[in-house]
Ligand binder design. Structure first.
Ligand SMILES: [Zn+2]
Ligand SMILES: [Zn+2]
Length: 261
């Protein structure tokens, strides 16, 4: 294939993806089907908690019963704090994640982040709102999303956490922190331990906005080791905020040190 043909093929492919994104998103909006099981939502399976998740799927989601009161890590029944939080001071007040990062939630989050399925966004915001039983949203003066680097935003087309934060902020009438940036691109963190991630994330976030005395709700989609939220919270505190409360949709369970390195 010649260079010109390759170029046109790539442009056509890109537009085809955009068109299919639009039609599938429009169909899902119109039909009001559950974003997990894809059944039509009717009066028989409508959930009181979410518009785009049916009542059965809502019940079957991997809800966390017992968690660390500080970082939100799922714990065995009876435990109140994990080993990490018992032994070190964190830059955030507490982190709350209503769900475990497990099937089908992992698929749902990836469908939003990577496949740009916009109807999933409102379902994810409804999952964040399920935290209202433990979190009083009216206590927060500002909402901040964990920023992504501009290169990542350029690759993906958007910052998924920011998109969730915009909707949540509108619903609760809370202003957003606007001048909060990720200034370092950083290496892939998936194989790093918490300690290595913290080192890797040093001076990664920077907030130009004066947050003196503000109580901020810091939003993320998934918390893994807690290193990213720790680093982002540190930047908000450096801008004058009180230690923020973190809210994420899901938390991964404690894991072993990776054996591949
Ligand atoms: Zn369903
Ligand atoms: Zn903890």
């Amino acid at each position: 294939m010649q260079a010109t043909q390759r170029k046109w093929f790539s442009i056509t492919k890109r537009w085809w993806h955009k068109a299919t994104d639009l039609t599938s998103n429009a169909a899902a909006q119109f039909l009001q089907s559950c974003v997990i099981c894809h059944d039509a939502i009717t009066e028989h399976n409508r959930s009181i908690h979410a518009q785009k998740i049916c009542s059965l799927c809502w019940q079957c989601l991997p809800w966390i019963d017992q968690h660390c009161g500080t970082c939100g890590l799922p714990l065995a029944v009876g435990a109140i704090q994990c080993g990490v939080c018992a032994n070190q001071r964190l830059s955030y007040e507490r982190c709350f994640c209503p769900l475990r990062y497990d099937f089908p939630l992992d698929v749902l989050i990836r469908n939003f982040k990577d496949a740009r399925q916009w109807p999933v966004k409102s379902a994810l915001v409804d999952l964040l709102n399920s935290a209202h039983q433990e979190l009083d949203f009216s206590q927060f003066g500002l909402i901040a999303a964990v920023p992504s680097h501009w290169r990542k935003r350029w690759q993906r087309g958007f910052n998924h956490s920011y998109e969730l934060a915009v909707t949540l902020a509108k619903q609760h009438n809370i202003p957003l922190v606007t001048d909060f940036k990720r200034v370092k691109f950083g290496q892939d963190q998936r194989l790093l331990t918490r300690k290595e991630r913290l080192k890797n994330l040093e001076n990664t976030f920077f907030c130009k906005q004066d947050l003196s005395g503000q109580h901020v709700l810091l939003l993320d989609d998934v918390v893994t080791t807690g290193a990213t939220i720790e680093s982002a919270a540190k930047a908000l505190v450096a801008a004058g905020a009180k230690p923020p409360v973190v809210l994420a949709i899901a938390r991964t369970p404690a894991r072993q040190k990776p054996t591949t390195r």
